[in-house]
Design a protein around this ligand. Structure first.
Ligand code: CTP
Ligand code: MG
Length: 247
């Protein structure tokens, strides 16, 4: 059975602050959008990619993907939602439409264009682990900083209070792509649909929605190249890394 991917790229990139969507920012002469789509395609496992775009950038995204001649996997660009969760839901709906309402997809990867250098080997590991019977699989890595829990500052200008220290050995920072059986991702999103409307309540990853329906999520080794570009610092790191690995 076929595996498919939803590539979330409908964010505005407000923290990066370029004034245009983050997915259109370039690393080594190629947009984050094209890097991420080519990464998914290079697994050799994905038969369709649905990309979510900001409402006024659908045509621009289509043009970029059309001119990325190495991208031979069929793709489609759809309008994303107000939150990442709503955008993934729009991607699910598009894949359902494509299958005439009766999808028989096996594995679905959900990946962020904000992680353009995620290696194909890591993506393959996610797909293989889902195929091996683990229905929800995410990449994670051990954190190296000591992690504190904080309470709100006593006054607005003052420092925050430490409320405790987390057990670092049981913490993982998690990345994308995250892989799911199709049925589980659909069920988790259907159950979490009410959360999707506002930034405060929406899930920041898909595994959170799977956890909320009581299903087990499994973690496999992530990769430092799958770093998320959020700030100008992250972009500088990604550019250095890309020039080093020849991405
Ligand atoms: N995303 C999306 N739809 C949204 C919001 C985010 O598809 N409504 C996507 C982004 O394009 C990105 C991923 O989800 O690939 C992770 O989001 P984030 O890193 O927060 O990107 P932005 O929302 O673009 O950045 P910012 O929060 O700084 O505006
Ligand atoms: Mg965001």
């Amino acid at each position: 059975m076929a595996s498919v991917a939803i590539l979330t790229a409908a964010g505005s990139g407000s923290r990066l602050g370029f004034g245009y969507p983050k997915a259109l920012v370039e690393v080594e002469g190629r947009t984050l959008l094209a890097h991420a789509a080519l990464g998914l395609a290079s697994t050799g496992e994905i038969c369709r990619i649905v990309v979510t775009a900001p409402v006024d950038h659908v045509a621009a995204f289509e043009e970029i993907l059309r001119s990325t001649t190495e991208l031979t996997v069929p793709w489609e660009v759809v309008t994303g939602g107000a939150t990442r969760q709503a955008s993934v839901a729009a991607g699910i709906a598009a894949l359902e439409r494509e299958a005439g309402g009766h999808p028989t997809y096996e594995v679905v990867l959900v990946h962020d264009a904000a992680r353009p250098l995620a290696p194909a080997s890591m993506m393959k590991r996610i797909i293989d682990t889902v195929r091996a019977g683990y229905s929800a699989v995410i990449p994670g890595y051990a954190v190296t900083d000591t992690m504190k829990l904080v309470a709100p500052a006593l006054d607005a200008e003052g420092p925050e209070l430490v409320a405790g220290t987390a057990d670092r050995s049981s913490l993982r920072a998690v990345q994308t792509p995250q892989g799911f059986t199709w049925d589980l991702l659909v069920r988790a999103h259907a159950a979490g649909v009410d959360r999707a409307r506002s930034e405060e309540t929406a899930a920041t990853d898909d595994a959170t929605l799977v956890e909320a329906v009581g299903e087990t999520v499994w973690v496999v080794e992530g990769h430092s190249a799958a770093l998320k570009i959020t700030t100008a610092h992250d972009l500088a790191v990604a550019r250095l890394l890309a020039s080093e690995i020849g991405a």
